[in-house]
Write a protein that binds this ligand. Structure first.
Ligand SMILES: Nc1ncnc2c1ncn2[C@@H]1O[C@H](COP(=O)(O)OP(=O)(O)OP(=O)(O)O)[C@@H](O)[C@H]1O
Length: 363
């Protein structure tokens, strides 16, 4: 597979605020890549620079062998031939589904019969055959989003830009829609850049995810790479729930290290990457709730990687008991873990963190 999209050293400032810093990104043809990060991290600005709606300060953008921006000049929006589903490009309320979808084709003076055929194919693709004559207000939120996608695909773009396309939908519908959309993009082999602040949506939709913070890339990788091998505390905390305990590295070999928790005489060990070992500042011990084993009795043999704690609360969620535990000598850490049975508030417990499923990452 060839590299379809290349972004080099892309920068954008608003006033004195650097919104995108030295962005480097390569996307393969047919890949679905999400830009994920908290509000204000620069996701939309990146998408708008790709679309030609915002001019970069410097950098280089190339898509499908065409230079979109060379550091000085950029192609116009309409010269880029992209499909866009942006929040502020809602469906036109006074136009039917058919008129909304075929608008771009009419502009290009496609013959009426061909438009009709294309419309038919597109409505089949987004699973809305027979909806031609409806108006947007006669559609559910999910159906409106599918029409918006069909409209974006009408001119057969090779690159599709999505800006939080599912944010107005409820959680259940969002999950179904994201799965449907990915199947569609894969079938059409269309390269897609998807902006979202929803980690679950990014996980279900993407081949790879770029995690951004304050305009800077934190890590790029597949959903599992980011979940299992986060390069720093920010990525670990952004990719699903994680228990994070701060401390200082005491010793490390090539793959494992120990960390002394702040204000504790406890050391915990876990896996460490070569870059994390080189980091001179403080570190975090990271363990996902699902990997922690909770015992109601003290361990019989001496055991590393144990913290004692007291149950605070327990909730029944998705078939398991999610338990909050105050742990550490001064009960300063709140740890989340799962049990098969409910535990009593203020009950003493022993938490075991399996070293192979624990990580040590730079703060
Ligand atoms: N036209 C503009 N003028 C000045 N500042 C802007 C402009 N557009 C965006 N910003 C600022 O740039 C930063 C990044 O904005 P951007 O919309 O790219 O973030 P985002 O990651 O998409 O956030 P959200 O998830 O909230 O949409 C924000 O601090 C925003 O206030």
């Amino acid at each position: 597979m060839s590299m379809y999209l290349r972004i080099k050293q892309l920068n954008k400032t608003y006033g004195s605020r650097q919104v995108v810093s030295d962005l480097e990104l390569e996307v393969q043809e047919g890949e679905v890549l999400s830009l994920l990060g908290p509000s204000g991290c620069g996701k939309t600005t990146i998408l708008r620079m790709l679309a030609g709606l915002v001019a970069p300060d410097s950098g280089y953008i190339e898509v499908g062998g065409r230079v979109f921006f060379d550091g000085k000049r950029g192609l116009l929006v309409e010269e880029r031939g992209l499909g866009m589903v942006f929040q502020d490009y809602a469906l036109w309320p006074h136009m039917t589904v058919a008129q909304n979808i075929s608008f771009g084709l009419r502009l290009r003076r496609m013959p009426a019969r061909q438009i009709k055929e294309r419309l038919h194919t597109l409505l089949e693709l987004v699973n809305l055959p027979g909806y031609e004559q409806r108006y947007p207000y006669q559609l559910s939120g999910g159906q409106q989003q599918r029409v918006a996608v069909a409209r974006a695909l009408a001119t057969e773009p090779r690159l599709l830009l999505l800006d939080e396309p599912l944010s107005s939908l409820d959680a259940a519908l969002r999950e179904t829609m994201s799965a449907e959309l990915v199947q569609l993009f894969k079938r059409l082999k269309i390269t897609t850049i998807n902006v979202t602040h929803d980690q679950n949506e990014a996980m279900t939709m993407s081949d790879r995810i770029t995690i951004l913070r304050d305009g800077q890339v934190q890590q790029i990788g597949t959903p599992t790479e980011l979940y299992l091998q986060p390069q720093n505390a920010f990525v670990a905390s952004f990719m699903g729930q994680a228990n994070m305990l701060p401390g200082a590295l005491t010793d490390s070999d090539s793959e494992t290290a120990s960390i002394q928790l702040h204000d504790e005489d406890v050391c915990l060990s876990g896996q460490i990457s070569a870059e994390a070992r080189k980091h001179s500042g403080s570190h975090y011990f990271v363990c996902r709730p699902a990997h922690i084993a909770i015992a109601q009795e003290p361990p019989s043999a001496p055991h590393q990687n144990i913290l004692t704690g007291q149950v605070v609360q327990t909730f029944f969620v998705a078939g398991r008991w999610r338990t909050h535990i105050k742990a550490g000598r001064q009960q300063q850490y709140t740890i989340q873990a799962f049990t098969d049975q409910p535990l009593q508030p203020s009950q003493s417990v022993w938490l075991a963190f399996p070293p192979t499923q624990s990580l040590i990452v730079p703060a």
